[in-house]
Ligand binder design. Sequence first.
Ligand SMILES: [Zn+2]
Length: 356
Amino acid sequence: MQSVFDGHNDVLLRLWHHAREGADPIAEFKDGISTGHIDGPRARAGGLIGGLCAIYIPSGDLVFADPDSNGHYSTPLSAPLERAPSLDIALEMAAIALRLDRAGAWKLCRSTAEIRDCIEKGVFAAVMHMEGCEAIDSDLAALETFYAAGLRSLGPVWSRNNVFAHGVPFAFPSSPDTGPGLTDAGFALVRECNRLGIVVDLAHITEKGFWDVAKTSDQPLVASHSNAHALTPVARNLTDKQLDAIKESRGIVGLNYATTMLREDARSDIDTPIEDMVRHVDYLVGRVGIDCVGLGSDFDGATIPQEITDAAGNQNLIVALRKAGYAETDLVKLCRENWLRILASAWKEDSGTSAS
Ligand SMILES: [Zn+2]
């Protein structure tokens, strides 16, 4: 079994939804549940030793557009969200992350040394991520506060616009060049993330925003859960030019398990073969090299292939990759070491400096 540290999941969103219905998030994660994708027992069974766990504010108005007779679709961007209610929800999700840590259900990690310690002890290594910064004010006071609470990674924008950036819609086929990029506040956010040592994630941002971050950030470029546009031309996937920039920065692209981002026809369909996942890994590795590809499952946030089903089935992908010719040394990089290198770099562990 290869231990996997994964670049993106939405388990906090599921735990938050269930907590609102009266469930106990600690028991749900510790003891397991039959729905969703990640909990302690299923993560252990599938060798999922940790990952970036997103704080994400749901868009109540989001309804995915039906495909036309050609299978094409274009879901309009969701409406921007108000900050105050978004902050409330973000605080609730952060609290769940902190309570899981205090209860020993997982460890909220702030360094790669802590992640490696978790791998050794068999404790789920969670890194607090924010997917879309609606909870952050343009003066970045909340950023400072969330950093103190453990936030170590963020995507400035989800697939809706906010004060920092413009997001890409869920559209097929579509270029990712769908609108403007970072705002002035967005540029300031990226610079502050660089200063503090917070990963800047390019998933869900427009192509213009991608280039804005590329020219501003001092970190390797990170697209935590995106695939190859050349194979599945949805707006959320990365063009060859974007992948080349990730390679040049020694960054990372994390394979998204969402069937809409894997299939040639971009359909939401659990009956999607693992071969489609391998095809994207092959393409990404061919384009950016074995050192710049990781996994970014989108567990608990997407419709994924039935052959994986949930975190317990994660090794089925590894088995398929092995069968496709990947050596164990390659799999170690794909499964965890590339992500750990990126985190160490963004968190400035190599330089021995720390943010004040
Ligand atoms: Zn996402």
